[in-house]
Design a binder for this molecule. Structure first.
Ligand code: BES
Ligand code: MN
Ligand code: MN
Length: 457
């Protein structure tokens, strides 16, 4: 049963907990934009101060890196007790298109049961809930286990700082399991744990033509056009059938078990409907012969994020541009190693060049896919805590998104990882009007406390 001391403390401090989350989310810690560098730092300082003064970890520290700082704190005096590594990220996505926000993106605004602000649910709300869970337990006889808290400020930009830190300090981060609150719930009221994340390679393709802009009357019909060449390339790389035309890509992937495919197929209609509703879609086109749930989580993807080039201002200008650029990513599934995938993709791009065109490929970031075992004691403790909180059995979810460091917790630190989800399908993650359903904030605090109390048993 839920610990009444925990529930009472959360209830008694609900307003302050929300105010503190508002203070954190009011800091525009957009990791991708250099003009927010000082804000990102300020968010890290806020968390260090929380760990020191509210949780009572006097040695909590801000760790400078080549990029944005890490926040670290630990409490390890419980000899013989397990150690939980708690992860989260305090950086947020950019806010554009800002005109589509109903309230300013960094003015935390409560409407009904929701807190609207960039970072509300990805990931400041759930991440901060882990800190409030620690505070709550500290107020009631101390932490039942040892903890190490590691919070990064580069998750949304694919930064390397945390990976470097994990590689360099595996001893310091030694633990018995890792806890991550940065994933979703299938629906409000349905406790959800994720057992998989996709990997990613993100890169830019630059198409170069003449080296300078040309008059399309003089050169039209004879000069290479980089935008056209880029369009051909992108169409060749993924056809209308949704198949990715990169030889070797599908051969690398770990095949899905028949069991898991069946599970995904069973979920598919429901998952599809939910994604259509939340995304405002009438169709879900993609690879034939794969269910929607499988395509959304267990198949590799190829998506174009942006194209730049030529003349896009008001009016008309008859120009053949010198260059064009596309930002592209592939989501990956287990055994599709990012470096190997990049090699195959680059090879294929060079094969698909057009006369007079050169393609340059520049990697931006990458991360490994992971599928976790739901059998670890940590997984079971988390499921029990969530079931207690929501009064329903846990639903297991394979996520289509990526959290690159999770694969390293598994491969480098050898930790069983548990992911408890608290974001809802309509929380507008990465989009205008991002929100956190406030009852899920308190549910997350109680669930994390319940998990830490159970992991020892
Ligand atoms: N919290 C998300 C990951 C996520 C998304 C989990 C959807 C579950 C459902 C995370 O902050 C994120 O956005 N990750 C990026 C990673 C990338 C920038 C390396 C992503 O998935 O695009
Ligand atoms: Mn996140
Ligand atoms: Mn995100």
């Amino acid at each position: 049963m839920a610990d009444p001391k925990v529930s009472t403390y959360v209830e008694a401090n609900a307003t302050r907990f929300l105010d503190e989350l508002k203070a954190l989310t009011a800091i525009p810690s957009v990791s991708a934009l250099s003009e927010h560098r000082a804000d990102v730092h300020r968010a890290a300082e806020f968390l260090v101060s929380q760990l020191r003064t509210q949780v009572g970890l006097p040695k909590a520290e801000l760790i400078e890196t080549n990029g944005h700082p890490l926040v670290y704190g630990e409490s390890t005096q419980e000899a013989g007790k397990p150690t939980v590594l708690i992860y989260g990220h305090y950086d947020v996505q950019p806010v554009d298109p800002v005109e589509l926000w109903d309230t300013p993106p960094f003015e935390p605004t409560v409407k009904g049961d929701n807190l609207y602000v960039r970072g509300a649910v990805d990931d400041k709300g759930p991440m901060f809930a882990t800190i409030k869970a620690l505070e709550t337990l500290m107020q009631h006889g101390g932490l039942p286990v040892n903890i190490k808290v590691l919070i990064e400020g580069e998750e949304e930009m694919g930064g390397e700082a945390i990976a470097e830190y994990v590689m360099k300090h595996p001893d310091r981060l030694q633990a018995d399991c890792a806890l991550v609150l940065d994933t979703g719930m299938v629906a409000q009221g349905i406790p959800t744990m994720s057992y998989g994340l996709r990997g990613i390679v993100y890169f830019e393709i630059v198409a170069n033509g003449a080296g300078r802009d040309l008059h399309s009357g003089v050169y039209g019909g004879i000069a290479p056009n980089p935008i056209q060449a880029l369009a051909w390339l992108l169409a060749d790389l993924k056809g209308r059938d949704g198949h990715i035309n990169v030889p070797g890509l599908y051969e690398m992937m770990q095949p899905l078990s028949e069991d898991e495919r069946d599970q995904l197929t069973q979920l598919s209609t429901e998952v599809g409907q939910r994604l259509m509703d939340a995304g405002g879609l009438q169709e879900l086109p993609g690879e034939a012969n794969y269910s929607i749930a499988e395509r959304a989580t267990a198949r590799p993807t190829f998506e174009v994020h942006g194209i730049r080039g030529g003349f896009t201002a008001e009016g008309a200008k008859t120009v053949i541009p010198a260059t064009a650029t596309a930002k592209v990513s592939l989501r990956l599934v287990p055994d599709q190693k990012p470096a190997e995938v990049m090699r195959l993709v680059e090879q294929q791009i060079q094969k698909l060049t057009a006369p007079g065109i050169t393609f340059e490929v520049q990697g931006i970031h990458n991360g490994d896919a992971i599928v976790l075992s739901p059998d670890s004691p940590a997984f079971k403790a988390a499921a029990a805590a969530l079931e207690d909180e929501f009064g329903k059995p846990v639903t297991l979810l394979r996520e289509g998104g990526s959290i690159p460091i999770v694969a390293l917790f598994d491969s480098v630190l050898k930790l069983p990882v548990v992911m408890m989800g608290f974001s809802l399908p309509d929380d507008n993650v990465h989009a205008p009007n991002e929100k956190f359903y406030i009852p899920n904030y308190y549910a997350a605090i109680r669930s994390v406390a319940g998990f830490l109390q159970r992991i020892d048993q």
